[in-house]
Design a protein around this ligand. Structure first.
Ligand SMILES: Nc1ncnc2[nH]cnc12
Ligand SMILES: [Zn+2]
Length: 351
């Protein structure tokens, strides 16, 4: 166990908590809190294998990615109606606003639901309605990214993309998630090529537990524009040089990496090394209901554990906005707001 780090300087903590941020790596099903799981189970007559919220939460002791995914897919089984999907997304978006998030690019896993007989239209209907309403009601500019489950076949992913076509204007891109090792990006070459032809943006989980070679093939074969996680990249200096030269963003998730035993504790996380290597890294929450915290908790705990400062805060927030798929005008407005925030807090925004 690492010794408890000293608390953050209060002015730095305030700056970090209140600065405008983008969140680019959040699985909406991973924002489903145990309390809401129980409410939805009751609403839909679904029986749960846990007697209470506390018992469910106590089961969140993971040893690796797969041990988490098993419980995460089971939790998503309580989502049945369009209103359920809306309620889940709305709860996240309210927390996003509280954490200063002005841009959220939200992953969803349609196959987790369509495999159980929930229509694709029900899933995307509820999620898209929440995103639409969040802009006016919460000031959060939110967009959806459809993820394919890599433990399933490419044929299943192609069928999912086909099902999604009537809703093409309700999501901005595609991603790749679920069990990484043994399911290399190459398995999904055709479906990503099709998504590219359709003008969809592309991201992929790679180098969370899997080797640097998966990051290379996510770039070369899937034409991924961002890498989700990517923390294994430091094992391969030539890959680091390429990520730097091509300014490929890495959506890093510190609390997730500790919960899934990628790093022993936060003080051993490699975020500082990634930034020092000149990579476009940023902080995200991944599955906040399961990993012990939303975006601000990821920021505050990581800053305390790694001794990061206001310069790092600016770089991380700015990387998030630059890596987002928002329009150039939206990005410029977000970055201008970030600069004003640093000014107002008495920290000069670094060049
Ligand atoms: N951390 C993660 N890695 C891969 N797939 C996921 N699905 C939800 N969270 C995930
Ligand atoms: Zn993820």
């Amino acid at each position: 166990m690492a010794p408890t780090p000293p608390p953050l300087d209060p002015a730095l903590e305030r700056l970090v908590r209140t600065m405008p941020k983008a969140e680019l790596h959040i699985h909406i099903e991973g924002s489903l809190e145990p309390e809401l799981i129980f409410v939805l189970a009751q609403r839909n007559g679904v029986s749960l294998p846990y007697p209470s919220v506390e018992a469910l939460r106590a089961a969140y002791a993971f040893t690796d990615l797969q041990s988490f995914l098993d419980i995460y897919y089971a939790g998503a089984g309580v989502l049945v109606t369009e209103q359920d999907f809306f309620d889940m997304a709305w709860a996240y978006l309210e927390r996003a606003r509280a954490d200063g998030i002005t841009r959220a690019e939200i992953f969803f896993d349609p196959q987790t639901h369509t495999e159980r007989g929930v229509p694709f239209s029900t899933v995307i209907g509820g999620l898209a309605r929440a995103c639409d309403e969040a802009r006016g009601a919460l000031g959060v500019n939110a967009a959806l990214i459809l993820c394919f489950l890599r433990h399933l076949s490419e044929e299943a992913a192609l069928a999912t993309l086909e099902q999604a076509l009537p809703y093409r204007d309700r999501f901005i891109g595609v991603g790749l998630d679920s069990s990484e090792v043994g399911h290399p990006p190459e398995k999904f070459a055709r479906v990503f090529a099709k998504a590219r032809d359709l003008g969809l943006r592309r991201v992929a989980h790679a180098g969370e537990e899997g080797p640097p070679a998966y990051i290379r093939s996510a770039l070369d074969v899937l034409h991924a524009e961002r890498i989700d996680h990517g923390v294994q990249s430091l094992k391969d200096p030539a890959l680091v040089a390429r990520l730097k030269a091509e300014r490929i963003p890495l959506t890093v998730c510190p609390l997730s990496n500790v919960k899934l035993c990628v790093f022993e504790d936060l003080s051993r996380h490699n975020l500082r090394e990634l930034l020092d290597a000149g990579l476009v890294a940023m902080i995200n929450s991944d599955d906040p209901a399961y990993f012990g915290g939303y975006l601000n908790r990821n920021f505050v705990e990581t800053f305390a554990a790694l001794g990061l400062d206001a310069g790092h805060a600016y770089r991380l927030a700015r990387n998030g906005f630059e890596a987002s798929f928002a329009t150039p005008e939206e990005k410029a407005a977000d970055i201008a707001a970030l600069d004003r925030h640093f000014d107002a807090c008495g920290f000069a925004a670094p060049e």
